[in-house]
Design a protein around this ligand. Structure first.
Ligand code: MRU
Length: 348
């Protein structure tokens, strides 16, 4: 992978605290926030300053460092009580992406063994979570790209790139790797109503990294596939159940149904931290319900008839039967089911 296709890092640590690219403002404004307390990190996750399952896990890990820093400075002999309450607050910021709970649990376990100042140990753990995520993405990028035949075109949904992860991306990492290998004839991106992660974020990061992208409204995906313009749909995930059912951005399930109908292959790319072996099927995955205003308005301007109400589930569940391949850093599972998922997760 050449650097020219991988230049963006939206989450980073600096001495003052956690530096986040404010994704609510893209692409009009490239503005960074530096947060120095864990409550501000929880609010940044809730309000979508930082979003994307792996990215919110990484941000929460650094948020735990900030919590330890505050609590240890205030009460060195008993910092853990307040720290654990702060972790609970971080974990509750968004419900669907299991990477958030996974990262918080890992930071809590790390803190359990600490004596003295917890900050250096927890910072090393948060950095490890961040670095491991980027390494996993690079590996998944290679593995996923191996499925793409030269000349194929792909459709992606939401934003799964450097903005949504520690860096490089999951589904967008596969697209970066396949593009760098010269395999792709085109990249199509759904605009992804209502937050427009496709139009605002995926298009911004691909253009920035010299990968041409064509946007379409979500409702145009069926027509795109009917015309034979794509051979793969490639998406990320917020939580994968033990049987291979996949929770991802609302509209992913529609894309999977359409893909199966049109003979288009469907790939899900996610790190092992997205797989929740404690949940047997997608039916038990909590689906975040967001504010009706996100549907009734666009960029703060009303677009719906006054008086209308709106339903705004942020994620949906794609049954494993509609998934051709799940790519993780632990391995690849084709036609996923509970047995294959268990075997893949048991690998180190
Ligand atoms: O609501 P968002 O923008 O956080 O939703 C993000 C997605 O649905 C992504 O597809 C998913 O988190 C995977 S990101 C690598």
């Amino acid at each position: 992978m050449t650097a020219k296709h991988d230049t963006i890092r939206a989450v980073s640590w600096e001495e003052a605290g956690l530096r986040l690219l404010d994704q609510r403002l893209l692409p009009r404004q490239e503005h960074y926030l530096v947060l120095n307390d864990s409550a501000a990190v929880a609010e940044a996750i809730r309000s979508m300053v930082v979003r994307g399952a792996p990215a919110i896990g990484v941000a929460a890990a650094y948020g735990a460092v900030l919590a330890a820093r505050e609590r240890y400075a205030a009460l060195p002999a008993d910092w853990r009580t307040g720290f654990e309450a702060d972790l609970g607050f971080l974990q509750q910021a968004r419900p669907t992406a299991v990477n958030l709970a996974w990262a918080v649990a890992r930071m809590k376990a790390c803190a359990a063994g600490v004596t003295g100042d917890p900050v250096p140990v927890l910072l090393a753990e948060a950095r490890a979570i961040h670095d491991e995520d980027i390494r996993a993405n690079l590996l998944m990028g290679e593995r996923g790209a191996a499925f793409i035949s030269p000349g194929n075109a792909v459709l992606t949904h939401c934003n799964t790139g450097s903005l949504a992860t520690g860096g490089y991306g999951t589904a967008l990492g596969v697209i970066r790797s396949a593009w760098a290998a010269g395999k792709l004839s085109g990249v199509f991106a759904d605009e992804t109503r209502p937050w427009l992660q496709g139009a605002r974020l995926t298009a911004w990061e691909l253009v920035r990294d010299n990968i041409p992208v064509t946007l379409l409204v979500d409702g145009a995906a069926a027509h795109l596939m009917q015309q034979g313009k794509v051979q793969w749909v490639i998406v990320g995930s917020d939580r994968i159940a033990a049987n291979g059912d996949v929770a991802n951005k609302i509209g992913t399930y529609s894309a999977a149904v359409l893909a199966r109908h049109h003979g288009v292959k469907f790939m899900v790319v996610a790190p092992a931290s997205t797989v929740d072996m404690a949940i047997s099927t997608g039916a038990s995955i909590p689906i975040e319900a967001r504010e009706p205003q996100e549907v009734l308005e666009l960029g703060g301007q009303p677009v719906a008839a006054p008086g209308a109400s709106a339903w705004n589930p942020a994620f949906d569940i794609t049954p494993a039967a509609l998934v051709d391949v799940i790519v993780t850093e632990r391995g690849v599972v084709e036609q996923p089911d509970a047995e294959k998922m268990r075997a893949m997760m048991d690998r180190q």
